[in-house]
Design a protein around this ligand. Structure first.
Ligand SMILES: Nc1ncnc2c1ncn2[C@@H]1O[C@H](COP(=O)(O)OP(=O)(O)O)[C@@H](O)[C@H]1O
Ligand SMILES: [Mg+2]
Length: 248
């Protein structure tokens, strides 16, 4: 579904992505892990065509999103749903309107159908009877749920999560991981989860790509990663201070 070929990106003199190569398996949950600042968000922005690389390709269902613009780019973007770190809800709209927003903007569905789809999507993420509340009245976990409902409302084939559990307590983290897992199994989408909740997030991942210093240092199933004999991978997984990764 997603194939990255020799992707490179620098900002001024800082080489952030140094030639990434990997594939994201279709219909599974793939984790992209690595230290803060290693380029995970930059990579996601390339995958949805918000950033253009210096060189290389991002193939989305076979089409290189780095080479398209305008209408075609918008068409490809329709395949994606995205849940950002902040959930990015609109503060001036209530829960119902936040989730209904993509349907109102991008479809001509009648109001009754918009209402039904929105309420169903909210119910699927565990939100019932809170449609009238505003984002500021919600807990962090609830905001993530509403953000997820909005990300799913257009039935995307690919759902991207950028650090979906940042700022949540350990129990809420687990609940959101579980929700991501259940949602992916229910709708069968291709999910990509950027996270540094190691090792907790491993429980829900089918496949992992680890980035370090602008390169893919390891990829495979969680068990393979845990058994990796690469000391960089081991240090990262175990969160150790001593090892080849320099703490800066
Ligand atoms: N638009 C930008 N302009 C300049 N530098 C950027 C830009 N976006 C990201 N960077 C730099 O790229 C590096 C990777 O950032 P990011 O992808 O956000 O890291 P993370 O892995 O924590 O998501 C950081 O050093 C960041 O400062
Ligand atoms: Mg980031």
């Amino acid at each position: 579904m997603i194939a990255i070929r020799n992707l490179k990106k620098s900002f001024q003199r800082q080489e952030v992505l140094k030639g990434l190569n990997f594939e994201v398996p279709e219909g599974k949950i793939t984790g992209i892990v690595g230290r803060s600042g290693c380029g995970k968000t930059v990579l996601l922005k390339h995958i949805i065509g918000l950033m253009k690389p210096d060189s290389g390709e991002c193939l989305i269902a076979g089409e290189d999103i780095t080479r398209v613009n305008g209408n075609r780019l918008n068409e490809i973007r329709k395949k994606f749903g995205m849940l950002f770190q902040t959930a990015a809800l609109l503060d001036s709209m209530n829960v119902f309107e936040n989730v209904a927003f993509p349907l109102r903007e991008k479809t001509r569905l009648p109001d009754a159908e918009i209402r039904e789809r929105t309420l169903t999507e909210l119910k699927n993420v565990g939100i019932v009877g809170m449609e009238e509340k505003y984002p500021s009245q919600l807990s962090g976990g609830m905001r993530k749920r509403v953000g997820l409902a909005r990300a799913l409302i257009m039935n995307p084939e690919i759902v991207l999560f950028d650090e979906p559990t940042t700022g949540l307590d350990p129990i809420m983290k687990k609940a959101i991981h579980q929700l991501i897992f259940e949602t992916q199994r229910r709708v069968g989408c291709t999910a990509v989860v950027v996270s540094h909740d190691i090792p907790e997030v491993f429980e829900i991942l089918d496949y992992i790509i680890m980035l370090h210093d602008g390169n893919v240092v390891e990829k495979g199933e969680p068990e393979q990663l845990q058994k990796s004999d690469n000391p960089i991978v081991q240090q990262f997984i175990k969160g150790e201070l001593e090892g080849p990764i320099r703490i800066t």
